[in-house]
Design a protein around this ligand. Structure first.
Ligand SMILES: [Zn+2]
Ligand SMILES: [Zn+2]
Ligand SMILES: [Zn+2]
Length: 215
């Protein structure tokens, strides 16, 4: 089972600031398209085209000509949203200057950056804690993706946040409950089972509470 690890103070279904900003811009500049009545009309037009009752070209023309104009207009007029207004706050503290760290969205995805940027240039990859401690050193385990050099590139695995000092890693997802036999680390096995990394214990997976994830 793949779980969505969400950010702690963001709630499971709360939109990000970036999402809210984008929706605001779309509603402002493309009111037609963001309107449910419009979407419904387009759908019934498409149905009629499929049933041969309407020609597709006039329908597309009717849609695209105002849409194309709206795009041109938005490209010129939409205000730029200052980057720091779409940064997400976190509880993390910058290790260099003590200011709070924020989540920024960049070309290569989301990352953690010091809110003191550009004076302070500390940035870190965004780590998804899985709510389980490393069996080797007690630090948080985090979800990572295998990097470029690896054969299993992009595959998710679980490693220690204390890497490279601690090199603990597991392909199977660590579970929050300790092994009932040795209190070692249990990892998920298949959809419903688990096994211990420390002893021979295998069995059905214990009930899981939803673990709130953090950065
Ligand atoms: Zn800093
Ligand atoms: Zn560790
Ligand atoms: Zn065990």
């Amino acid at each position: 089972m793949d779980r969505d690890y969400v950010l702690k103070d963001q709630g499971r279904f709360n939109p990000t600031k970036l999402g809210t900003a984008v929706t605001g811009l779309l509603t402002q500049h493309f009111p037609d398209i963001m309107d449910i009545g419009f979407t419904a009309r387009i759908e019934s037009d498409l149905d009629e085209i499929a049933e041969g009752e309407k020609q597709w070209a006039p329908v597309l023309e009717k849609f695209y000509s105002p849409f194309g104009k709206a795009i041109d207009k938005a490209m010129k007029e939409a205000e730029r949203i200052p980057r720091d207004q779409i940064d997400e706050e976190t509880d993390e503290i910058c290790p260099d200057c003590g200011r709070p760290m924020v989540i920024k969205s960049g070309r290569f995805g989301r990352f953690l950056s010091c809110s003191g940027f550009p004076e302070c240039k500390v940035s870190q990859p965004l780590l998804h804690r899985v709510g389980v401690e490393c069996p080797d050193c007690g630090s948080d385990l985090v979800q990572r993706r295998a990097g470029k050099g690896s054969k299993s590139r992009n595959k998710i695995f679980y490693g220690c946040s204390n890497y490279p000092t601690c090199t603990f890693a597991s392909n199977a997802r660590p579970l929050p409950q300790p092994c009932p036999e040795c209190t070692g680390l249990l990892v998920a096995m298949g959809r419903t089972n688990c096994r211990c990394l420390n002893c021979e214990h295998k069995g059905p997976r214990p009930e899981e509470e939803l673990v709130e994830a953090t950065v």
